[in-house]
Design a protein around this ligand. Structure first.
Ligand SMILES: Cc1cc2nc3c(=O)[nH]c(=O)nc-3n(C[C@H](O)[C@H](O)[C@H](O)COP(=O)(O)OP(=O)(O)OC[C@H]3O[C@@H](n4cnc5c(N)ncnc54)[C@H](O)[C@@H]3O)c2cc1C
Length: 487
């Protein structure tokens, strides 16, 4: 193969869209490119970081290790929290930033960083409005997502994370922001001035070819969590051993090594969140539990055992304490119809695979589930009575006692706890600057989204994950664009 042929092939394979690059050096490895800002990761945090920086006139490039963009954002249910008086008042829901702050802090068992939480809360609605500028639309409803504590979850019209990723990546294309898939960031390039490190780029492997992406203004790490790294998760929290994970395989935490090499601080890695997933041999999670007001949980005796509107860590412990760690999620026809088409499809798949059931009466459903029909009928009747009285023996809140399980057909699916989200990660400040072990910012290095830590303490509120990624992604882009330390 001639040198020209090699070069041309490299060029085509790696950099179809290279307009923003100001230099291109080849011949001796590694290839080198230069831009203002390099963003690592193409999920909610990465896309919002890139767009906010580009909006301030900077050239930006996104590196994505997977063949597809979007990470866990793409697979997520898509619900995002924000106090939103206009939208909430139609449903007679009182809300405020103060309540949102208090609930986020207390749900994290007062371990979250109050400064970061305050930013999350203050920027929640403005960030949702900013997302709407790119064409993302939300349904009129607001719902209380599993572990969400309050009905403030905005539900995108294009269900799950697809709308976020489609609209934002389209905006990136329009703004000339290339997204380089098959490009894994391996380490951070730095210079040392008076003993202090200054980040000047990223060393990556792009289609198996080493490349250096030089950045003038900074590097933004938006690589998501590490829930797919089951070995690390179960080493950090042995209770998770043997659990499944239902998200993207991209969430491995491989960037942590690079962060530590430049002195970045990692914290609270052992704080790992679980959510209801499928039973052992199956892959699909039904999502019947997404909207708290529409489902109940029962064990294999057909009995309720917990207030379904509780915190995720309490729900995890309650489910793990049930026989075999397996439970059933129950909805009626209205609950099923309110699900996204993906979750309805997953429900149908669970029926085909033998861990989901549908029946015209609770008795018939119990028979199919092989649980006591007497117990299940009592459980449903007791719950429906609680909807009338607004008093639940398990302590479900009155505002989550609004929908009876009464309209046939009834649906149930078997579920167990799965690894879902990692609350620990890179320590940042309110400007999304990465801090070192002395809590000092590392020059030109930023991080946002699930790869960071600080907001969720020891228990994340459902619907705050995507919000965190968008809010701090946007901030990271602004901070890098306005970076006075650009060289
Ligand atoms: C099934 C599921 C449902 C969820 N539902 C909700 C919900 O409804 N509401 C909510 O608030 N939260 C939800 N979450 C959590 C939420 O989706 C995530 O916390 C959020 O999307 C994370 O966004 P992110 O941009 O930080 O990371 P991601 O969206 O995961 O993006 C990170 C990207 O970085 C890339 N990457 C990683 N390492 C490298 C590297 N070294 N080089 C280059 N690229 C790299 C990855 O491939 C990935 O594409 C859900 C999570 C799951 C798994």
């Amino acid at each position: 193969m001639t040198e020209t042929a090699i070069t041309r092939r490299m060029f085509t394979a790696l950099f179809v869209n290279t307009l923003c690059f100001s230099s291109f050096v080849y011949g001796s490895e590694p290839l080198t490119y230069e831009t203002d800002i390099v963003v690592i990761g193409s999920g909610a945090a990465g896309l919002s970081a890139a767009l906010s920086a580009a909006g301030l006139g900077k050239s930006v490039l996104i590196l994505e290790k997977m063949p597809v963009i979007g990470g866990n954002t793409l697979l997520s249910t898509g619900l995002i929290n924000a106090p939103d008086p206009e939208r909430q008042k139609q449903f007679k829901i009182d809300d405020s930033n103060e309540l949102f702050f208090k609930q986020t802090y207390e749900a994290g068992h007062r371990k979250g960083n109050t400064e970061l939480i305050q930013v999350l809360v203050d920027k929640a609605l403005p960030t949702i409005q900013w997302l709407e500028q790119f064409g993302i639309q939300f349904k009129e409803e607001v719902i209380q997502i599993y572990g969400g504590i309050w009905p403030r979850g905005h539900n995108p019209k294009v269900s799950h994370g697809r709308g976020y990723v489609n609209f934002l990546s389209k905006a990136c294309k329009e703004k000339g922001i290339p997204i380089k898939t098959h490009t894994q960031a391996l380490s951070l390039l730095f210079e040392t001035e008076e003993g202090k490190k200054k980040i000047v780029g990223v060393k990556a492997l792009s289609n198996n070819i080493p490349v250096e992406f030089k950045s003038k203004n900074g590097v933004i790490i938006a690589t998501g969590g590490f829930s797919a790294n089951l070995k690390l998760c179960s080493q950090l929290d042995p209770r998770l051993k043997g659990m499944k994970y239902t998200g993207s395989p991209s969430a491995t935490g491989d960037i942590f090594k690079a962060v530590q090499e430049v002195g970045g601080q990692l914290k609270d890695l052992e704080q790992i969140q679980c959510n209801l997933g499928p039973i052992d041999k199956f892959t699909y999670r039904s999502g019947y539990h997404t909207d708290v007001k529409r489902h109940i949980l029962v064990n294999n005796k057909g009995k309720r055992f917990v207030a379904e509107d509780g915190l995720r860590d309490i729900l995890r412990d309650a489910v793990l304490a049930q026989p075999g760690g397996e439970v059933f999620i129950l909805v009626d026809s209205d609950g099923y119809q309110a699900l996204s088409s993906r979750f309805q499809q997953n429900g149908a798949t669970s029926e085909n695979l033998g861990y989901g059931w549908k029946a015209d009466s609770i008795k018939k459903l119990a028979d199919k589930m092989k649980v006591s029909s007497k117990n299940l009928e009592e459980a449903v009747a007791q719950y429906n009575a609680a909807v009338d009285s607004k008093k639940d023996v398990f302590g479900r809140e009155p505002w989550m006692l609004v929908k009876k399980i009464s309209k046939p057909p009834f649906y149930a699916t078997k579920a167990r706890m799965a690894i879902h989200y990692t609350m620990g990660g890179i320590v940042i400040d309110t400007k999304a600057r990465v801090l070192d072990n002395d809590n000092k910012p590392i020059e030109n290095l930023y991080a946002a989204g699930e790869v960071t830590t600080g907001i969720h303490g020891t228990n994340r509120v459902g619907g705050n994950g995507i919000l965190d990624a968008f809010v701090f992604g946007k901030i990271a882009g602004e901070s890098a664009a306005n970076n006075k330390n650009a060289y």
